[in-house]
Write a protein that binds this ligand. Structure first.
Ligand SMILES: [Zn+2]
Ligand SMILES: [Zn+2]
Length: 332
């Protein structure tokens, strides 16, 4: 019989096909050309390639002198306007806020056809450090309430440009899905006196059925109630409310485990499209005992349909325990 499992952090239910689950290897994208097979190392039409830098948009680069290795530019077509005040309007059933915010693009590497899974730990650490630096810089803008750090890899994940890049968006509101997670974490803390994420981590480390990879400071595991195949969380072992409180040692260690998890996907499933998201506390709520930041890796192997839209529930045809075992045993 299928199992309906609940994710205690999101309170979302998911139907797991426990007895008719598809084998993990059916998800191998065998016909897909990988990122490095699809494009050349340099593309002169690419706005992120060396020689095409839009210097008027640049806000940060590493290193400051000489050839850049990672840089951040303002999005030429931002989702939100960088100028203007936050104006709230509430009248009857009409509610709106002026669309101000920050929208930055983090160009991860000078080479056009590489990808995080093929980069070195140092390359990824530089990207993560840049996210950290930009997070603190964007946080100074008092209009910003929430920063979203994310990466779209491949078309199914929403990437429109091939050059390896991530995005950072500063929002003037805390989005509902984040507020809901905070409410659930607080509810669990009020009920038990414990952080839900620390508790989940303890359970995963005791059972060891869904762990994909471990490092000194982080644990990566396929979610017990994974809504989609191979849906993985990377969680700091130490209770920590915000990504912005990570130490340089933790960021280096995170680079290693992010690389490890992404390489397991790259070599195990042939470079699947995926989203990588850092889920962290609202920038003005950096002090509490119940929030615990984490990173999510979501391979885009299945499509959502009417049932998901109609119910908000997912049907996961892959058994999380088998997905984790498969990723654990991939040769990287
Ligand atoms: Zn490029
Ligand atoms: Zn915790």
């Amino acid at each position: 019989m299928p199992e309906i499992r609940q994710n205690l952090v999101t309170r979302e239910w998911v139907i797991i096909s426990t007895d008719r689950a598809k084998r993990p290897d059916v998800y191998i994208e065998s016909h897909k050309k990988t990122t490095s097979q699809l494009s050349p190392p340099h593309d002169e039409r690419c706005p992120f390639c060396v020689g095409n830098e839009e210097l008027d948009l640049e806000v940060a680069r590493i290193p400051l002198i000489g050839d850049w290795q990672t840089r951040v530019v303002l999005n030429r077509y931002p989702a939100l306007s960088p100028e203007g005040e936050v104006i709230r309007t509430m009248s009857g059933v009409v509610r709106k806020i002026s669309g101000v915010g920050q929208h930055e693009v983090l160009v991860e590497h000078p080479i056009h056809n590489t990808t995080l899974s093929l980069m070195s730990v140092q390359d990824i650490a530089r990207v993560l450090t840049m996210c950290y630096d930009r997070g603190w810089a964007i946080r100074k803008d008092i209009r910003i309430e929430q920063i979203i750090y994310f990466k779209n890899h491949g078309e199914r994940a929403g990437a429109s440009l091939k050059h390896p890049h991530s995005q950072i968006i500063g929002l003037p509101v805390v989005p509902h899905s984040i507020r809901r997670r905070i409410d659930e974490m607080r509810r669990f803390f009020d009920d038990t006196g414990q952080c839900v994420m620390c508790s989940m981590l303890d359970k995963e480390l005791n059972e060891r059925k869904r762990i994909v990879s471990e490092s000194e400071h982080f644990v990566a595991f396929v979610l017990y109630a994974a809504p989609t195949p191979f849906h993985t969380w990377i969680v700091p072992r130490q209770h920590n409310v915000s990504y912005l409180y990570s130490s340089p040692q933790e960021l280096n260690d995170l680079a290693g485990i992010v690389r490890d998890v992404l390489r397991r996907l790259y070599f195990g499933l042939n470079d699947p499209d995926y989203n990588l998201i850092i889920r962290t506390a609202p920038v003005k709520e950096l002090s509490n005992d119940y929030m615990h930041w984490y990173a999510t890796v979501v391979p885009r192997l299945s499509r959502t349909a009417g049932f998901e839209l109609g119910s908000g529930m997912f049907i996961n045809p892959a058994l999380p325990e088998e997905s984790a075992e498969y990723l654990r045993t991939v040769k990287i």
